[in-house]
Design a protein around this ligand. Sequence first.
Ligand code: FDA
Length: 398
Amino acid sequence: MSKQFDVAVIGAGAAGMMCAAVAGQRGKRVVLIDHASRLAEKIRISGGGRCNFTNLHAGPANFLSDNPHFCKSALSRYTSQDFLALIKRHQISWHEKHKGQLFCDDSAEDIIRMLKAECDSGKVQWRMPCAVSGIQKDASGFTIATAQGDITALNVVIATGGLSIPKIGATDFAHQIARQFGLKLVDPRPALVPLTFDAAAWQPFVALAGISLEVDIETGQKKQKMVFREDLLFTHRGLSGPAVLQISSFWQPGTSIRINLLPENDLAQELIEAKTTSKKNISNYLSQYLPARLVDGLLAAHQIQGDSRIADMPDKRLRDLADKINRWELQPNGSEGYRKAEVTRGGVDTKELSQQSMMSNKVPGLYFVGEAVDVTGWLGGYNFQWAWASGSAAGNAI
Ligand code: FDA
């Protein structure tokens, strides 16, 4: 078994396999090392098992980073169409779900098999499962200490991802290596994650668990304001669903989120008009738009009897209720954390890296790709597109 390589890629996930395949197919001697016993577990569980592998509209505006320009170069050189061409070449059937999100028709396993085949055609060697205990650099390159002995390589690519879902093998290895080599980190935190609320304040809504509806959700003020129209899901501990996952990446602890449960209706105006035109009670009126269980919960939370006739209710009471529905303001007390987060915000500071190659400016030959880097996509296939694009950028540059 060879122990000397042009490139050692650590982490055989989305970005690592893409990088290894590209470098291998360019004739580089590549070794791919991963501590897990199952290959690419995050791809396997992604998109509910069908992997939302890219987004047709992926562009720099769909990514969060302290340096929003950094991702432009890699994303423009490896686009969603490039990945789609690869998918088609491997005859994987796929469909667009909505908003440009592309999923496998059958299984996320198709993507794993495709990336493995691409690595095989680049003659990539595998060390897996194989724990890595350290990396040292000297004038002749890098020495990687592994459970299968030392490996030497001229270049090392760190593709070990972020901190989310530790139970399937996520570690802070990328952050450790960045610190060891003197690279700055942007503070990591869970993103695309359900939000939680103070237990007592959430009590009136616990019974709503399982209800899902399309809402407008926003956080931040003025230029920092972000708004998404997506599905919201009530849970026992708080809120989840695509709407909340999206907004969680932008939400700052100590601030509020605002939810419009009826984004197509100006409810205050409607209810005031309904006083003269409708004989309905408030519960029946709202139930034409909202799930009955949600209506019951909202009315109970605001101490309103469901059988109150709209015509008999004071304007102020109707306006207050409409405001709570069109502009429900809540302050989360935290999130479900890395246990449930789809991704990690923050990571290796992009100011430390070349946007062309993903190589460290300070440490020639040391690269960081994928989620380890401070580039975080919205929900909807953007994070995989970043993994493909950054992996390809490094694989082509080495
Ligand atoms: P990734 O996490 O894929 O790979 C890192 C690899 O490094 C792993 O194989 C791990 O075992 C290995 N590793 C870690 N530490 C190591 C160490 N110390 N030594 C050796 N190896 C080590 N995104 C998207 O675009 N569409 C989607 O549908 C979804 N769905 C989704 C669902 C769920 C439940 C989660 C948790 C996440 C998603 N994502 C997603 C996000 C997406 O999975 C994620 O952004 C990419 O997998 C990141 O790719 P990386 O290659 O950077 O890391």
